[in-house]
Design a protein around this ligand. Structure first.
Ligand SMILES: Cc1ncc(COP(=O)(O)O)c(C=O)c1O
Length: 463
């Protein structure tokens, strides 16, 4: 027997939230048939239109799906519990195999220049190297990052707004520890980055899966599901895993929502450097009007080398002081010689040159892969217009991308399905193939095998 909570607001919203709660807390598992609009209206004494409206909103959020006539079933699994073994492929202590997702390459990194910078760090950095850099990080590096963030990403910030941490996750962890209360709601892109999801769950936040469409995170769906959420975590420059870039309209919408609700937008500037079309990545949310509600994260671990362990967070000045202090107490800062060498690396323009060189190599690898994928069966569509270090191949409707990816993996062809990163069914379907860590030679053979397998599985294509 369903009842409605003593909640404010229009009936359809109360009903929608009640049903959504039953799905997300796991009371209704995937495959559960929902009561029909007629039953809902009779049991709860609401109009049929109210019930239909609530059901349509659940369909739009991808939590349920209409099948067999008008019957509606739960399609979203309850958020999965944190499982630290769930994505072992992201462990960096081994060599990846084509087309594993989540890898870049350090093979173009100018290690000799880096070694020289490390051996010639300024005298003050040498003497500080035994005691550490203090809260926020090595001042020269904070300054170099502030200048570089201005030049490369259009951010106008001072050095004391920059907090140096070891990786994206630790930046996210700090923000949440400082600003969140248990059970605070956070909008999460669906599909989205599983490691961030795990971390937020460990911090006892309530994750609200918000569908991603062609324009990025669907702000309207977020506002409907959890209008008073305190946070949103987004990857606007390159959505993980779809590679979509958030549209200008959505950028404005999410900033408006954040300022109207005094919410924080956590902008993970993920793969901003991996744009292969003209024009590069659009300007970050943090640089736009309304950007005061944005906490900006970026990592060097994926552009320099994974063991570097340096990322940074940019926050408004009053918050940056607190974040720096908290980080100092919990984790401390990366080693001073490494920070000092990175400051020089940035200031001498070596980082910009390194990014240009890697981008050129990645562009070549990507076009080799795209070229091999020209003979995919009809209905399989490589999306050359997306950003990122993996390529998305749209799969034909009716094909379960996760099952297909699992089948391919069982045949020794590594790849993932977009829906593996989703809790619902709202997400687009597709295979994702990491290309950055593999030379053109290493790409050719497995790409041909992939095409042959798909041709054998779908000899006449599928639309
Ligand atoms: C969206 C996103 N952000 C951040 C990271 C990793 O950043 P870091 O190496 O600093 O932890 C990843 C890694 O796959 C990612 O997918």
């Amino acid at each position: 027997m369903l009842t409605l909570d003593d909640d404010d607001g229009p009936l359809y919203l109360r009903l929608y939230r009640r049903l959504r709660g039953l799905i997300l807390d796991g009371s209704w598992e995937t495959g559960t048939k929902l009561p029909s609009s007629r039953t809902l209206s009779e049991e709860l004494g609401v109009s049929r239109n109210t019930a239909l409206h609530a059901l349509e909103m659940l369909i739009a959020d991808g939590l349920v799906q209409a099948r067999q006539g008008s019957a509606i079933y739960v399609t979203a699994a309850a958020p999965k519990p944190t499982d630290l073994d769930r994505h072992p492929s992201l462990s960096r202590h081994r060599k990846p195999v084509p087309f594993e997702v989540g890898w870049h390459t350090a093979e173009f990194f100018p290690l000799d220049k880096w070694d020289r910078l490390q051996s010639k760090i300024p005298a003050e950095a040498r003497s500080a190297s035994l005691y550490g850099s203090g809260p926020g990080g090595w001042p020269e590096l904070r300054q170099a990052i502030a200048s570089y963030a201005g030049a490369a990403r259009g951010l106008s910030v001072s050095a004391d707004q920059v907090v140096i941490v070891s990786n994206t996750q630790s930046a996210l962890d700090l923000v949440i520890r400082l600003l969140a209360e248990p059970n605070d709601e956070i909008w999460m892109e669906d599909p989205g980055y599983p490691i961030a999801q795990d971390l937020l769950r460990l911090n006892q936040l309530t994750l609200v899966p918000v569908p991603v469409d062609g324009e990025g995170l669907n702000v309207q769906s977020g506002s409907r599901q959890a209008p008073a959420a305190r946070f949103a975590y987004v990857t606007p420059a390159c959505q993980f895993p779809t590679g979509r870039v958030m549209s200008a309209g959505r950028r404005a919408e999410i900033l408006d929502w954040a300022s109207a609700n005094r919410a924080w937008v956590i902008e993970d500037d993920w793969e901003w450097h991996a744009h292969f079309g003209k024009g590069g990545a659009p300007r970050p949310l943090a640089s736009l009007p309304g950007g005061e509600r944005v906490l900006f994260l970026q990592t060097f671990n994926r552009t320099i080398f994974p063991a570097l362990r340096i990322a940074f967070l940019i926050a408004p000045p009053d918050l940056a002081i607190k974040l720096a202090e908290l980080s100092h107490r919990i984790a401390g800062e990366p080693s001073v010689p490494t920070q000092a060498a990175l400051a020089e690396f940035l200031e001498r323009g070596l980082y910009a040159a390194h990014l240009r060189a890697t981008r050129a190599a990645y562009a070549e690898r990507r076009s080799v892969l795209l070229n091999e994928l020209r003979s995919l069966p009809p209905g399989f569509e490589p999306h050359a217009d997306r950003a990122g270090l993996h390529l998305v191949i749209g799969t034909p409707s009716g094909v379960d991308d996760s099952e297909l990816a699992a089948d391919l993996r069982s045949k020794g062809i590594e790849c993932s399905g977009i829906s593996e990163f989703s809790t619902g069914n709202a997400c687009e379907r597709g295979l994702i193939l990491g290309f950055a860590a593999f030379t053109p030679q290493q790409i050719l053979k497995p790409a041909r095998r992939l095409v042959r397998h798909l041709q054998a599985l779908y000899p006449h294509g599928r639309r």
